[in-house]
Design a protein around this ligand. Structure first.
Ligand code: PEP
Length: 248
């Protein structure tokens, strides 16, 4: 297994209340969380400060999005600088819901990646194919296009994690098999080798996301090119602790 620190992120999406978040904080505090796994949670913006103040320091906080300008007349948007200001270390960019529900293009995502990195955030950059694209045999064409748009905007690869999230597996209960995930992760690593460098290919972590749960996480975690998980639904439940501890 390569020397890449396992990383597990919880994307809470637009879920949570003060009460339910207190429950999540409680199970995260109770853990125990494997010390050799990096843990990140992404609450909705309005709860970021509250979660930051109440979680143990070893759990980092991610914004679920941010805009590519520092400030100004962009009603409803949040800047990377604001996220840094309240203690965020990470931002999730390019999530399939941003792409497919809110119409974010590769170009917009690229701009966001560039701006977030120069503002001091680390980036969880998401890519993934639709079911129709997989069925048409276009999975890797789509992923190459998406990863290129991101890679062209990366100033420091040590601050970036790629999350491979097949859209057909997100929130559907239909997980990629460990073999499907490993195959794509290896293709992505080879893409990094060919287009960026051997050292980035060896060091860049590639998370898998898409209906990861306490039951399937261990089989996925033993795949040599799966370096962690981005978890949606299950990150709201105590099962998240088992997912954090999937690779022991
Ligand atoms: C996600 O939103 O990034 C995700 C992977 O969701 P879920 O785990 O619910 O499929």
């Amino acid at each position: 297994m390569a020397d890449r620190k396992f990383i597990v992120g919880g994307n809470w999406k637009m879920n949570g209340s003060r009460e339910s978040i207190d429950g999540i904080i409680q199970f995260l505090k109770q853990g125990p969380l494997n010390e050799s796994t990096e843990v990140v949670v992404g609450p909705p913006f309005v709860y970021l400060s509250y979660v930051k103040e109440n979680l143990p320091d070893k759990v980092s906080i991610a914004a679920q999005n941010c805009y590519y300008a520092s400030k100004g007349a962009f009603t409803g948007e949040i800047s990377a600088e604001m996220a840094v200001d309240i203690g965020c270390e990470w931002v999730i960019l390019g999530h399939s819901e941003r792409r497919n529900v809110f119409g974010e293009t590769d170009e917009i995502i690229g701009k966001k990646v560039a701006h977030a990195l120069t503002s001091g955030l680390k980036v969880i950059a998401c890519i993934g194919e639709l079911l129709s694209e997989r069925e048409e045999g276009r999975t890797f064409d789509v992923l190459s296009r998406q990863i290129k748009a991101i890679a062209d905007n990366i100033s420091d690869w040590s601050k970036v994690v790629i999350a491979y999230e097949p859209v057909w597996a997100i929130g559907t209960g239909k997980t990629a098999t460990p073999q499907q995930a490993q195959q794509v992760h290896l293709q992505l690593r080879n893409w990094l080798k060919e287009h960026i460098s051997d050292s980035v290919a060896a060091s860049c972590r590639i998370m898998y996301g898409g209906s990861v749960n306490a039951g399937n996480c261990k089989d996925l975690a033993v795949q040599p090119d799966v370096d962690g998980f981005l978890v949606g639904g299950a990150s709201l439940k105590p099962d998240f602790v088992q997912i954090v501890n999937a690779r022991m």
